[in-house]
Write a protein that binds this ligand. Structure first.
Ligand code: KG4
Ligand code: ZN
Length: 341
């Protein structure tokens, strides 16, 4: 089966061509530069950029894959959750293409697709479903923080999610307080590498609560008060690095602690992680160390597949169609607030 997939739920426009579990092309156009001057994603600008980017990206993806549109067996797109106007562009383009080709269309849940991105490996990237084992999956990005029990392929149960800010949002907002440009996560990571994570004590929200939920807005507020009381800290390069390392340690401790506790409680032998924040080096290191101590296998999404991409949408879409999952109507609407079933 050869399938074209489109992802436009937030600020990355992406088109992939997937064939028999192999990612033949996965082109991504990030809009970071477009939104940076506003300090965050501007939904209307995102939608317009998707509209401009999509046709050339689709042509590039098909050319890279060496496949003509007429040879496609199906078309997929992210149907939700995400920014309404942004989702609309990718969904309607995909439905239009599928309708014109008289091929099935399938709408995909963005977070469900994240669950399978850690299983996509290699060059060219291939979905290694033969190695699949039940797992607890951490999805951490600018828009979402979720802990999910993936009981079997295509079968999952949400354990917890963030009650307020997402982990990436916490990196971005605390970094902004330090004067770092949007999105601040990568800069926080870079500065934190040379800082002391124990220099300043910040709260680890909900770390010891008996649930799988997260909350990061209190941490952001703690950083704001800290900076009000210690205005000299960001002025000194060494203390600035210590501050980044200390904030990062608070976020990472919570993510790692709660993920490992859920995995142990449920009794899975595998932990997976994906989403933009999974690029964070401290998170990757600490998750690896904690999983090794607990005797758990860790599968982190490859860096290129951590952030939003159409490859994960295509891989899940193909898996679903192969499993007999019904196609989605050509005129099905977007689902901006689609809960994870
Ligand atoms: O998956 P993604 O591209 O999706 C969203 O747009 O939500 O994730 C972007 C998020 C941003 O919040 C960004 O600051 C964060 O991932 N991020 C990082 C790192 N790289 C990206 N956060 C911490 N450390 C990083 N190295
Ligand atoms: Zn995402």
């Amino acid at each position: 089966m050869t399938l074209l997939a489109i992802e436009t739920s937030c600020d990355e426009t992406s088109v992939a061509v997937v064939q028999a579990g192999c990612v033949r092309a996965n082109v991504v156009s990030s809009q970071i530069a477009l939104h940076a001057e506003y300090g965050g994603v501007v939904p209307e600008l995102a939608a317009r950029a998707h509209l401009q980017n999509l046709p050339p990206l689709a042509r590039t993806a098909l050319r890279e894959a060496g496949i003509s549109a007429a040879a496609l067996d199906a078309v997929a797109a992210t149907r939700g959750p995400g920014l309404p106007n942004a989702l609309m562009v990718g969904l309607k383009a995909a439905q239009g293409l599928a309708f014109a080709l008289r091929k099935p269309f399938i709408g995909i849940h963005h977070h469900e697709a994240h669950l399978y991105s850690p299983w996509i490996r290699g060059n060219p990237p291939v979905a290694d479903f033969a190695a699949f084992e039940p797992n607890v999956s951490l999805i951490v990005s600018g828009g979402h923080t979720l802990l999910v029990h993936v009981e079997a392929e295509l079968k999952h149960r949400v354990l917890g999610s963030t009650l307020d800010d997402a982990a990436g949002e916490c990196f971005d907002k605390t970094g902004k307080l330090l004067g770092l440009p949007y999105p601040a996560g990568p800069d926080m990571d870079r500065l934190a590498e040379a800082g002391n994570p124990a220099a300043f004590a910040f709260p680890r929200p909900l770390l010891h609560e008996p649930n799988d939920d997260f909350s990061f807005s209190g941490l952001k507020t703690a950083v704001r008060y800290f900076l009000r009381d210690h205005p000299q800290v960001p002025q000194d390069p060494a203390q600035r690095r210590d501050l980044c390392a200390s904030v990062q340690a608070a976020i990472v401790d919570v993510l790692v602690g709660k993920t490992l506790r859920a995995a142990r409680r449920i009794g899975v032998r595998c932990v997976t992680a994906s989403g933009g924040v999974t690029c964070n080096r401290a998170l990757r290191r600490d998750l690896a160390a904690a999983c090794a101590r607990a005797g758990l296998t860790l599968r982190l999404a490859e860096r290129a597949l951590c952030t939003d991409n159409a490859a994960m949408i295509g891989i899940l879409a193909e898996r679903k169609l192969r499993a007999g999952h019904p196609a989605t109507d050509y005129d099905a609407d977007i689902e901006p607030g689609w809960p994870m079933a």
